[in-house]
Design a protein around this ligand. Structure first.
Ligand code: NOJ
Length: 715
């Protein structure tokens, strides 16, 4: 399709329509031909929707085909609609939430998961998914931690790339969908962990930590970017010319569509940044925002802004061209329905191949936090009690797309599937509501079940709907009801294992000394119960590592491993006039990068190929890692670097590489990482991204707390 020619024959009204995105519900009239629901709220007419450019949130392939067919009849230029959807952690087969994927430290499984959801959703008619979300998170109170791969810029960048590659492939097959990276930028740094809240941070922090993963997604070829709801240093993202134009377009070379988040154009008024919707349209267009999601600032105001000479038609043309180019790239002008195929959609939904991927992912993401020789449970155990509010609940996570909790394997089902002849009983113990107080009757029932059982599986933590968008929590400890339940059950049955479901780090300090064993299962998706049983009975080993610090106390939040040293670091407990608290230590309960296994590993001190390095040169650091236990297992070897003195203060440690290593019992391997200037570089005081001469501490370790280091000098 000759896009430029097409643009020439479009009227201004038709061009503006391309920039509008309405939900599919807005595009479908009722029996009387009237537009209802959100279309009415936006005051849309049939004329407004006739040539709009894209839609979001539609039911399935059949509805996509019907909507597109109708649209092609109405649109005078026969420009197909782009269909977008929130396919975040699966479409119909649901895999673990992104925070869990971060815990896998395994880009291959992450890519496989994204690929699977691309296949399923493409058959459902999706062209663009609003994923991956790559917002860095440091505050566990924020509800959307569950959508992020965690607190580390490097880990997030690796996972961002894996997801984009998984979704998009080469974009040449109708099983490929476009990735829309979000929420640009620093949405995860919302003050106090409250969703949509203000972000105020230095450009140094922004570039060093928060922008890395978006950049990695852009470099991986992501086809769209969603601007975030928040302000950054006083300017809301969708109107932030510095962020969208100077950094994203000019510095990073991103020439593809930028979309707003839901009604974020109109919210510029609430922010107090624009006085009315006309000013919202002007500010967003000047920032080069292309698509307006679910508000009508562009639709109602671009014409008059143009007539008044406050914007130029070329600005609109540039946006339209970016959108038409994407439609052309996807081949929509030749086939507006692309991959939409109701039969295929049905055939792929929950197919055995996809269930197997979801199960493997859930296994790889789980993190074993404590095990006093309780796990794995013996498969010959005769009487098992599954206790807790989430024993028989499908844990799909907050964005299950078309996943059905009823089609999800619960823990009780998984345990029954794993054991042939065991007597499996269940007791809820509490209802799982937030801040719930203990109900003695429910707890007694659970204690009775625990007394009679040979082993207990306690399913505690958060329900999928207790994290996610607009689900921030001021208190991320367990409820009094759950704490009492865990304590009383563990008191009567020493073979009690806790399975923690959550979409964020939870403060476990109240129960950690009580429970003999606990692991984090996150929100594991369709195959939750089977994967949990695979791990509990030792059919597979744990290999996950924490992608986010688990605090010792709520008051430590935000807490993250790659902090600055400060002028007065607390080196020993109770050291006064140092940076810390007088009532609690600085250390978390479980650090970033931590996780146990059914075997044990030892790692040697790191060794450098040479201790001095010239600019432009490279060195290799290596360490030997050994499986010192009795079963095979995988560990994650992690490379951390600290720049000792620099033109800006540097973090105490930063992850710069990792490798997952499989070892048979007794086996030993050497793991090496190449260090170049890139690993040593940062945004210096002179504004450049470069390495400064001096000393660097290099750690090769099994979590972020290691003190075993070698010194490298960059000359
Ligand atoms: C708002 C959310 O912030 C965003 O992540 C999502 O993609 C859009 N709504 C569309 O559903």
């Amino acid at each position: 399709m000759d896009i430029k020619k097409l643009l020439q024959k479009m009227t201004l009204e038709q061009k503006i329509a391309q920039l509008c995105q309405f939900s599919a519900r807005c595009l479908v009239a009722d029996e009387t031909g009237e537009l209802t629901g959100p279309a009415k709220d936006l005051n849309l007419s049939m004329k407004d929707i006739a040539c709009c450019g894209s839609t979001l949130t539609f039911a399935d392939a059949n509805s996509m085909i019907a909507i597109q067919k109708k649209h092609m009849e109405l649109d005078p230029n026969k420009i197909p609609l782009l269909f977008m959807h929130d396919v975040i952690h699966g479409y119909r087969t649901i895999y673990p939430i992104q925070l869990a994927l971060g815990a896998s430290w395994d880009a291959d499984i992450v890519k496989k998961c994204s690929r699977m959801s691309a296949r399923e959703s493409a058959a459902g008619g999706v062209h663009v998914t609003f994923a991956p979300m790559v917002d860095l998170v440091r505050d566990a109170r924020w509800g959307r931690c569950m959508e992020s791969c965690g607190e580390d810029p490097y880990l997030n960048s690796v996972m961002a790339r894996a997801q984009v590659e998984g979704y998009q492939g080469n974009l040449d097959s109708d099983e490929d969908i476009c990735a829309c990276v979000k929420h640009f930028a620093a949405y995860g740094a919302a003050e106090s962990g409250k969703d949509y809240n203000t972000v105020d941070m230095s450009e140094y922090n922004l570039r060093e930590n928060y922008l890395c993963a978006y950049k990695s997604a852009v470099e991986a070829g992501a086809q769209m970017i969603m601007a975030s709801f928040n302000t950054i240093n006083g300017v809301p993202s969708i109107a932030n010319k510095w962020l969208l134009k100077d950094v994203l377009r000019d510095e990073w070379g991103f020439d593809k569509p930028i979309i707003s988040d839901y009604s974020a154009f109109a919210e510029l008024v609430n922010h107090g940044y624009c006085s009315d919707e006309k000013e919202c349209a002007k500010a967003a267009l000047d920032a080069t925002a292309d698509i307006e999601m679910m508000s009508v600032c562009y639709l109602r105001n671009l014409t008059s802004l143009l007539e008044e000479g406050r914007i130029k038609e070329e600005q609109i043309d540039e946006c339209v061209l970016r959108i038409l180019e994407l439609k052309d790239k996807l081949g929509l002008f030749e086939n507006p329905y692309r991959g939409a195929n109701p039969e295929k959609e049905k055939a792929l939904a929950l197919c055995p191949e996809h269930r197997a991927i979801a199960r493997e992912a859930a296994q790889k993401c789980a993190v074993l936090l404590k095990n006093d020789n309780i796990l794995p449970l013996n498969k010959n155990t005769k009487n098992i009690a599954v206790i807790g509010p989430w024993s028989d609940v499908g844990m799909l996570g907050e964005w299950p797309a078309h996943g059905e909790p009823s089609e999800t394997v619960t823990v009780i089902e998984g345990v029954k599937n794993a054991l042939n002849n065991a007597n499996v009983t269940m007791a809820k113990g509490c209802n799982g509501v937030l801040n719930e107080l203990p109900d003695d009757e429910l707890i007694n029932e659970a204690v009775c079940a625990a007394e009679k059982a040979d082993a207990v599986i306690l399913c505690i933590g958060e329900h999928s709907k207790q994290s996610g968008e607009a689900h921030s929590r001021a208190d991320i400890t367990l409820s009094p009801a759950q704490i009492k339940l865990v304590k009383e059950v563990c008191a009567v049955n020493k073979n009690s294992v806790c399975v923690l479901f959550c979409g964020r780090p939870i403060v476990l300090t109240d129960i950690i000394d009580t429970v003999p064993a606990i692991f984090v299962a996150w929100q594991p998706g369709t195959e939750a119960g089977n994967a949990v049983a695979d791990l509990i009975f030792g059919d597979v080993n744990f290999e996950g590592r924490l992608p986010m610090t688990f605090p010792l106390h709520l008051g430590q939040v935000p807490i993250y491993y790659n902090q600055m040293n400060t002028g007065r670091p607390k080196l020993v407990p109770n050291q006064i006039f140092t940076s810390g608290y007088i009532d609690y230590p600085n250390d978390p309960l479980f650090p970033f990068g931590y996780g146990l296994s059914y075997t044990s590993f030892e790692i040697s001190s790191p060794v450098l190929s040479k201790t001095q390095m010239n600019k432009g040169d490279k060195v290799v650091v290596s360490a030997r890692v050994k499986n010192t236990g009795a079963v095979a297992g995988k560990t994650v070897v992690q490379l951390y670097i600290r720049d000792l003195f620099a033109s800006r203060t540097r973090p105490v440690k930063e992850l710069k590489g990792f490798e997952k290593v499989y070892l048979e019992p007794g086996e030993e391997k050497e793991v090496s990482f190449e260090i170049t200037e890139k690993e040593l570089a940062f945004h210096t005081a002179s504004g450049k991204f470069e390495a400064e001469a001096g000393d660097f501490h290099i750690f090769v370790a099994l979590d972020s707390t290691s003190k075993d280091l070698v010194t490298l000098t960059l000359k």
